[in-house]
Design a protein around this ligand. Structure first.
Ligand SMILES: CN(C)C(=N)NCCC[C@H](N)C(=O)O
Length: 294
């Protein structure tokens, strides 16, 4: 413990992790396969095992349920093997769902499926004009939206998402094609704004996934962030889901697991190795539903 009373108070406070309830949208990978390549992880010549993908996905689902979270399911559509990655299906705050508009033709038909689901389940839909891949590239940290660009969502979608939600949007540029969505390079650990103007929201991130300007922004805004190693980033360690206390991560991200423990979080290990063949992990299979009627 530090001799400085202020620092001591912060240490104590940051180690008391409080679990928050979550409501997530997921999609069973019944049609999962890799039949095309739109990211460096996808190799259509490599066989995939749909049953294994289903079992691994089920363990993620069961983990969320065991932690007390609420899961909604969207029906998988044959011929849309990437639909399991529901994080790309929209971005939802206060019951408003900003719909996706996919970069690649291969995923374009997922957009109406997600938009119809939101409309049928009590969400107000904001139809997108600009190319954006939902919560894959938009992360809510406190009151701020961190928005990724460089590979998928456009800079214009950052303006659009800001208009839809009337919130501050901070644009960050990804530079490494392996980390083509923001949720591969940043994990939101404490999404809720602190009390009395104190910003308690914190993140973990992979500095080398970003250009210099974005790294400087992240350093300045989140001086207390966990910076993960390239090795942990390369196994999609950051593609994780946090409820403020439990952080669901890949069992391969050993260093990140230790960093989380040091900060008082509880890492929960779930292996989605088969879904990684499509270029997605835990967070990709998880879309947070904030607000809405239920
Ligand atoms: C963590 N990531 C990257 C996601 N948010 N989504 C995964 C999308 C995978 C899909 N094959 C694609 O390339 O779009």
């Amino acid at each position: 413990m530090s001799a400085n009373p202020t620092a001591a108070a912060v240490e104590t406070e940051t180690n008391e992790r409080v679990q928050q309830h979550r409501r997530y949208l997921m999609c069973r990978p019944e049609h999962f396969t890799v039949s095309y390549s739109i990211n460096p992880w996808m190799e259509p010549s490599r066989p995939t095992d749909t049953d294994l993908a289903l079992r691994q996905w089920q363990s993620l689902y069961d983990t969320y349920v065991a932690l007390g979270h609420e899961i909604e399911l969207i029906d998988p559509v044959e011929g849309l093997p990437d639909m399991v990655y529901t994080a790309n299906g929209g971005f939802v705050i206060d019951g408003v769902a900003y719909g996706p508009k996919f970069r690649f033709r291969e995923r374009a038909d997922e957009a109406p499926a997600f938009i119809d689901w939101f409309a049928a389940n009590g969400f107000e839909v904001a139809e997108p004009v600009e190319v954006n891949e939902g919560e894959g590239d938009f992360l809510l940290v406190g009151d701020t939206i961190l928005a990724g660009t460089g590979f998928r969502s456009t800079g214009d979608s950052h303006r659009e998402v800001g208009e839809v939600f009337s919130r501050e949007v901070v644009s960050l540029t990804l530079t490494d094609p392996r980390f083509y969505h923001l949720d591969t390079a940043i994990a939101v650990l404490d999404p809720v704004e602190g009390v009395g103007g104190v910003e308690k929201a914190n993140i973990a991130y992979l500095p080398n996934a970003f250009d210099e300007r974005s790294q400087a922004i992240l350093r300045e805004r989140y001086p207390d962030a966990i910076r993960v190693s390239d090795a942990d980033g390369a196994v999609f360690g950051l593609n994780s889901a946090s409820d403020g206390k439990n952080v669901i991560i890949s069992p391969r991200a050993k260093g990140f697991e230790a960093q989380l423990r040091e900060r008082g979080y509880t890492p929960v290990l779930v292996d989605l190795s088969e879904l990684l063949l499509g270029g997605g992990g835990i967070k990709c299979c998880t879309l947070e539903l904030r607000g809405g009627t239920r």
